[in-house]
Write a protein that binds this ligand. Structure first.
Ligand code: GUN
Length: 289
């Protein structure tokens, strides 16, 4: 059986470390780091993610401000709120929860966030600084994957890392991190990749971030591979109180027969994204102070 990469446990360890640092900041007369979260509309999954982020703020001792807007808010108004948060010296960092309603440009909104307050690490400048020697704020989900590998002492140097899914938020920045920090040889697959299995079978480390349940089957994974599943799709499950369950992109039960390490969904990468958000907010606060 593979070792489970327990994102909940590692995330709790990281939060405990941050909590101690916040206590020290307060003891030194500084205020606690302050995170603001903008959420637009009433997408159930987004509200669940935001609830998790607020719970984490409470656990580490951060101040937080939640700003909720109707789905009809104009792009112009939303951009004004972003500008206000940029200018507010009491706010160390903020995020705009995605997705946004279709009439609002995600790129326009994210690019209007000050890079020093961009604790999601979405802004082009933060993406570009991944390969710098002193990055300030790293893209949160790929940084969470790197931290999970690091804390389980998984050797990445010289390994074949195959990433499936080349999104701007996960796959593309992770490819840079695995190459630059992880010193892996990286293959970045996407929807135009032909014969996906021929690539995934070569992976020592396989990361999947697509959003298609059971895309990766046992025959696509070599013996001993480390498997990281970033997918989180809500699928109907009448046995659950909520009526759905979260499914990753990997056929967990069967792929586990080949993997040496594997992330569960939920409880793998998800909590690590939140831990990264807390790390970034602390860094932003230290930078602002
Ligand atoms: N929607 C899904 N994941 C994320 C995330 O990490 N940050 C933001 N802002 N929105 C998301």
């Amino acid at each position: 059986m593979p070792t489970l990469l327990d994102g909940r446990k590692i995330s709790s360890e990281i939060k405990a470390e941050i909590k101690l640092k916040v206590e020290k900041m307060k003891a030194a007369g500084q205020r606690a780091p302050h995170l603001a979260i903008i959420i637009v509309g009433d997408d159930g999954a987004s509200h669940t993610y935001v609830d998790g982020k607020i719970k984490a703020c409470k656990a580490v001792g951060f101040d937080y401000t939640l700003m909720q807007f109707a789905p009809t808010i104009s792009e112009e108004k939303l951009l004004k709120h972003v500008d206000q948060l940029n200018a507010d010296s009491d706010i160390d960092g903020f995020i705009v929860q995605l997705p946004l309603p279709e009439h609002i440009s995600v790129e326009k909104v994210t690019e209007s966030i000050s890079p020093e307050k961009d604790v999601d690490g979405f802004v082009n400048q933060n993406f570009g600084s991944i390969t710098s020697d002193s990055p300030l704020l790293m893209p949160a989900t790929p940084f969470g994957v790197m931290e999970l590998l690091k804390r389980y002492e998984i050797d990445t140097k010289g390994k074949n890392c195959v990433i499936v899914g080349a999104s701007r938020l996960v796959g593309a920045p992770l490819a840079l991190m695995m190459s630059h920090t992880g010193h892996s040889t990286v293959t970045l697959c996407h929807k135009y990749t032909t014969d996906l299995a021929s690539h995934t079978k070569k992976a020592d480390i396989l990361v999947v971030a697509v959003g298609k349940p059971n895309l990766i089957t046992q025959d696509m994974v070599k013996e001993g591979a480390v498997v990281i599943d970033v997918g989180t799709t809500r699928v109907v499950d009448a046995t659950k109180k909520s009526g759905f369950k979260l499914s990753g992109d990997v056929d967990f039960d069967n792929v586990s027969k080949n993997a040496s390490f594997i992330t569960p969904v939920p409880g793998g990468v998800g909590p690590m994204t939140i831990a990264s958000l807390m790390i970034n907010t602390l860094r932003a606060a230290q930078y602002n102070h």
